[in-house]
Write a protein that binds this ligand. Structure first.
Ligand code: FES
Ligand code: FES
Length: 227
C-alpha cells in the first residue's frame, strides 16, 4: 500500500526490468523525475530549464544530504542510490533493501514530503531535499504516533517491511488526515508485507489518523504542536 504518486513504480509495464537497467535506460539526470515517484524534478532549476548538463563521476564526488534535519557530507560515486548511501555509507539501516527494484516499499523514505523508494533515487539527486528516515521519527524514547499505533495493533510480524510502511503511512496521513478505507487502500498500495499483516496495518493507520488531528504538527510525537 502506498501514495498514488508511487504507484507508477509498481506498474506492470516495468515488471521484469531491474532498477539498474531502468536507471541506465532513462539516464541519471532524469531517472527519478521519469518515475513519477517524486511529483517534481530533482534536478536544479537551471538544469530542468534546459541548460547544458554537467557531467559528474564516474569517480566519487562530494555529496551533501540533509537527513532528518542534519547535514551529512559524503563522497560517493554518482551511481550510488539513496538507499545505499543511507545503509552502506551512513549506517542508517532503518530503510530496508528487499527487492531493490521499486516493487516492495521496504526502502521507503520521505523526500520533501513525498514518500519515495530510496532504492530508486540516486543520492546525488537527493541533494537539496529534506530527507526523512524512520530513524528521525521518535524523540528519544517517545515513539511517533504512527510507530506506536503499529506496535499496539500488531502491524508487523517479522517487521522487515515495517520501517518502510511507517514512513509511507506518515507521508500518507500528512496529506490525508482523515482517510477513508478506499483512500488508504489506494494510497498505501506501493508497500507490500510478505507476512500479510495488513489487518493490523490498516488498524494502525486509522488509529494514527485519530492521534494526529489535522492542524497539529504531525511530526511531533503525540501529535503535539511544537513549542
Ligand atoms: S527495496 Fe526499494 S522498493 Fe523494494
Ligand atoms: S511483517 Fe514481515 S514482511 Fe511485513
Amino acid at each position: 500500500m502506498k501514495d498514488e504518486e508511487k504507484k507508477p513504480t509498481n506498474g506492470s509495464s516495468r515488471r521484469g526490468m531491474s532498477r539498474r537497467k531502468f536507471l541506465r535506460g532513462v539516464g541519471v539526470g532524469s531517472s527519478v523525475l521519469s518515475t513519477g515517484l517524486l511529483g517534481g524534478p530533482l534536478l536544479p532549476e537551471a538544469e530542468a530549464q534546459g541548460s547544458a548538463a554537467r557531467a559528474v563521476g564516474p569517480t566519487a564526488v562530494p555529496i551533501e544530504l540533509t537527513i532528518n534535519g542534519q547535514r551529512r557530507s559524503l563522497r560517493l560515486e554518482p551511481r550510488v542510490t539513496l538507499l545505499e548511501a543511507l545503509r552502506d555509507h551512513l549506517e542508517m539501516t532503518g530503510a530496508k533493501r528487499v527487492c531493490d527494484r521499486s516493487s516492495c516499499g521496504a526502502c521507503t523514505v520521505i523526500l520533501n514530503d513525498m514518500a519515495v523508494y530510496s532504492c530508486s533515487v540516486l543520492a546525488i539527486e537527493a541533494q537539496g531535499k529534506n530527507i526523512q528516515t524512520v530513524e528521525g521519527l521518535a524523540r528519544g524514547s517517545e515513539l511517533h504516533p504512527v510507530q506506536s499505533a503499529f506496535v499496539e495493533h500488531d502491524g508487523q510480524q517479522c517487521g522487515f517491511c515495517t520501517p518502510g510502511f511507517v514512513m509511507a503511512v506518515k507521508a500518507f496521513l500528512d496529506k490525508h488526515p482523515n482517510p477513508t478505507p478506499e483512500q488508504m487502500r489506494v494510497g498505501l498500495g506501493g508497500n507490500l508485507c510478505r507476512c500479510s499483516s495488513y489487518e493490523g496495518i490498516r488498524k494502525a493507520v486509522m488509529e494514527a489518523a485519530r492521534r494526529l488531528p489535522a492542524g497539529r504538527n504531525r511530526d511531533a510525537p503525540g501529535g503535539r504542536p511544537n513549542a
